[in-house]
Design a binder for this molecule. Structure first.
Ligand code: GLU
Length: 448
């Protein structure tokens, strides 16, 4: 069978790229019924072409720390596919970043961006640099050195990076500033910029808000809602913070946050102001949250039960994994389901392990896979590109309304596609097929 053959090829060509193989396996499995029905994809070698990136850049970044010591990091930009528009996708700065992680993220981005219905190809980049604990001046020197290599590969109509883990407004500012200097042009080459110099309202909030909008869509289709419901959220970065903000706005009660050190359960609900103060102003850790809030209980990762993440042991109606890939194990999924969880909407990229994903699908709960549920971030990036191109900023209400409509349409498209293939609750199937069809048709239209 076509999908099996391609999967075998990827497994033998990239045995070490575990995350990339996981992302490819998920998609190929979901595409099986479509590939059986439509021979045009095999005839045009679409899968063979999709699993190899159009271009990969792997480079060295040399910079000096505050003590004058020379430091060396590794950097990547993987331009996967540009059938639908300029390459588009974030940069991740985290010590765990490697070729497999950048590649899985870039591969996912192709289909996620396609689902938004906007004109964006798929790409991803990053570095094993850790901004944590570095001074602003160190981060600036690193970003400048990173851009000294990257600038020749990007451009407003060529490849438009943005943030991801470890890359926020500060890093984007330094990267954008260096790009501008090197090419002598003020252009929309980044998204997630600050508002005064070309950023879009709602971009900061978009991934988290979008994940909640997506959960609302899934629930509404079953005549349910989030109002008054206990929700668990993992992570404490940008995606988690704005998931929590939107959950409060729609009347839900978000009760958890986490970071690499541990997790916080606050039975009164997470105090958003305190969380923002600790994370956005002080750049602190969530342990500080627990120290400042009586009702909060902190559990260190050292005390997690083996193979589990304590966030998912808190009984909830809906769960929002907003930390990182494979943060939710099959054991976590079983615990969530046993405790009556009815909805999982993924704010992070590929947070559920393959076993956890299968458990959610089998239980037929509302399960929104990341490439659908977290597409709100890149969707508003697409809107930022439109605003930059027209030199005309839009209001908060207008962008938020468009985001809401895009998330509604992604849900409708994914669930209609799932129904077409006789598996109506399976949004993994629906989202993958819907995203793939759009990209594959563009590739066929444009020839090889
Ligand atoms: N890093 C985000 C994602 O995973 C956003 C990418 C972007 O805005 O280009 O979708």
């Amino acid at each position: 069978m076509y999908a099996d053959r391609i999967l075998k090829h990827v497994e033998s060509a990239y045995p070490q790229q575990v995350e990339f193989r996981q992302a490819v396996a998920e998609i190929l499995h979901a595409l099986t019924p479509l590939l059986k029905k439509e021979p045009k994809y095999e005839k045009n070698a679409i899968l063979e072409r999709l699993v190899e990136p159009n271009r990969q850049v792997f480079f060295k970044i040399v910079w000096a720390d505050d003590k004058g010591k020379v430091q060396v990091n590794r950097g990547w930009r993987i331009q996967f596919n540009n059938a639908l528009g300029p390459y588009k996708g974030g940069l991740r700065f985290h010590p765990s970043v490697n070729a497999s992680i950048v590649k899985f993220l870039g591969f996912e981005q192709i289909f996620k961006n396609a689902l938004t219905t906007l004109n964006m190809g798929g790409a991803k980049g990053g570095s094993d640099f850790d901004p944590k604990g570095k001074s602003d001046a160190e981060v600036m020197r690193f970003c400048q050195a990173y851009m000294d290599e990257l600038y020749r590969h990007i451009g407003a109509l060529k490849d438009v990076p943005a943030g991801d883990i470890g890359v926020g407004a500060r890093e984007i500012g330094y990267l954008f500033g260096r790009y501008k200097k090197l090419v002598d042009s003020f252009e929309g080459v980044f998204t997630g910029k600050n508002l005064d110099w070309g950023g879009s309202l709602v971009r900061k909030e978009a991934t988290g808000y979008g994940a909640v909008y997506f959960a609302q869509e899934m629930l509404e289709a079953r005549k349910e809602g989030l109002e008054g419901k206990i929700c668990t959220v993992s992570g404490s970065g940008n995606v988690a913070i704005y998931t929590i903000e939107k959950l409060w706005q729609v009347g839900a009660i978000p009760v958890t946050i986490s970071d690499s050190g541990g997790c916080v359960y606050d039975k009164e609900g997470i105090n958003l102001e305190l969380l923002k103060e600790i994370k956005e102003v002080r750049g602190g850790r969530i342990e500080d949250y627990a120290k400042n809030k009586k009702s909060a209980v902190y559990t260190s990762v050292k005390d997690y039960k083996e193979g589990t993440n304590a966030v998912w042991s808190v009984p909830c109606f809906a769960a929002f994994p907003c930390a990182t890939q494979n943060e939710l194990s099959v054991l976590d999924a079983k615990i969530l389901l046993q405790n009556g969880c009815k909805c999982v909407a993924e704010g992070a990229n590929m947070p559920s392990s393959p076993g956890a994903m299968q458990a959610f699908l089998k239980a037929k709960i509302c399960y929104g896979p990341s490439k659908a549920a977290n597409a709100g971030g890149v969707a508003v990036s697409g809107l930022e590109m439109a605003q930059n191109a027209s030199l005309h900023p839009w209001s908060f209400e207008m962008v938020d309304q468009k985001l809401r409509t895009i998330m509604r349409d992604i849900f409708a498209n994914s669930s209609q596609t799932a129904a077409e293939f006789k598996d109506p609750t399976n949004l993994v199937l629906g989202a993958n097929i819907a995203g793939f069809r759009r990209v594959a048709q563009a590739m066929i239209d444009q020839g090889y």
